[in-house]
Ligand binder design. Structure first.
Ligand code: PMP
Length: 355
């Protein structure tokens, strides 16, 4: 009875969707979600505990935390004259952008395989979505992209740099061609910037249709939910109107500020992860076809990936099974770079899973 009511009232495209799947990870070694595996030093934990205890959680958060934004502008080298807009994770910013640009008939364009939330959020907000297949070795198929941009005139283009789930950086030259050819806004999603050798942040003042989006999730703050968009105030002032006034809570605001004051610790952890990525890449290459990565995870392909995934899971090791997610990801698995011990246990469990 109530189910019929729900089915009659909820939009059909939402009824057809599967919710974003988050696996139960209790008791597992968790290498599925690109989290930073490291803890904070005790002095910093103590400092955070004191700040949390002292926070006015009975009050609404500061709707426009100027000092936090100023710190982000400095630390992230946001070019002079540009500003930042804060989101409850960068997922929220993708949604905010889609809401803002979804004029009647507008299109959101991205590549595939890429971050699934671009397509999902387009569906959430009722925006037309076009996914252009990647080329060889998951590089941009620049001819197909330029053709799609001419044909579709997308209001909004998302490119993840590095890309998830493939881990590679696209050609910067190709991205510049895409920005120049796009009649709409191009957002470079730099969720994995801390592990990559390049960024588009330095270009945001050069192009009127470019924004860079980043998140602190992969840098050790996934639980705090803070992402930001960097770009010209022309864009950000308009987008700001759509931001819900208290989207970033009192505790995330204060804790992120302390963590950014100790940014060096997080960068050191990211540096360690980059080193461990190289070790894991080498070890994994002896077992599977591994793709080069500039992120904190590795994509690899091997026979019977689904049963390997299940066997790893039975051994207490949670990674991500991408087989079936896209035709180009047949037999692909993705593993987050954990601590050296976690990586070693992963390789051992993988060896056991293939015999
Ligand atoms: N962009 C990309 C490319 C991602 O992989 C992710 C997380 N998996 C996000 C954005 C969202 O990150 P968050 O909402 O935690 O900021």
């Amino acid at each position: 009875m109530s189910s019929a009511l729900v089915h009659n009232l909820i939009r059909p495209e939402l009824l057809a969707l599967h919710a974003y799947h988050v696996s139960d990870s209790s008791g597992m070694i968790k290498l599925d979600a690109m989290e930073n595996p490291y803890h904070l030093p005790q002095f910093l934990k103590d400092e955070i505990a004191a700040i949390v205890a002292d926070s006015e959680i009975n009050r609404y958060p500061n709707p426009d935390p100027f000092e936090l934004k100023e710190k982000i502008r400095q630390i992230e080298a946001v070019p002079e004259g540009c500003d930042v807009l804060l989101g409850n994770g960068s997922d929220e910013l993708i949604q905010l952008l889609a809401l803002a640009l979804n004029r009647p008939g507008a299109t959101l364009l991205s590549v595939e395989p890429s971050f699934v939330m671009y397509r999902m959020i387009a569906t959430f907000v009722g925006m037309r979505y076009v996914g252009v297949p990647l080329g060889e070795n998951f590089s941009l198929d620049i001819d197909a992209m330029l053709e799609a941009i001419r044909r579709e005139r997308p209001a909004l283009v998302f490119l993840a740099y590095p890309n998830n789930p493939t881990g590679n950086l696209f050609s910067a030259n190709h991205i510049r061609q895409i920005i120049a050819a796009s009649p709409g806004l191009v957002v470079i999603d730099e969720a994995y910037y801390a592990f990559a050798s390049d960024s588009f942040m330095k270009y945001i003042a050069d192009y009127p249709n470019l924004l860079v989006m980043r998140t602190f999730s992969k840098l050790g703050m996934a639980g705090l939910r803070l992402g930001f968009l960097a770009g010209s105030t022309d864009w950000l002032d308009e987008l700001e109107k759509l931001r819900l006034p208290y989207n970033v809570g009192v505790l995330p605001q204060r804790v992120v500020e302390v963590l950014l004051e100790n940014h060096g610790i997080l960068l050191q952890q990211a540096g360690q992860i980059r080193k461990d990525r190289a070790v894991l890449y080498k070890q994994l290459s002896a077992i599977a076809e591994v793709y080069p990565s500039e992120a904190n995870f590795l994509l690899f392909r091997m026979e019977n990936a689904a049963s390997v995934f299940n066997s790893l899971k039975a051994r207490g090791m949670l990674i991500k099974n991408l087989s079936g997610a896209h035709a180009m990801l047949e037999n692909c698995l993705r593993v987050t770079v954990g601590t050296p011990l976690e990586c070693q246990k992963f390789i051992e469990a993988l060896q056991e899973s293939i015999v």
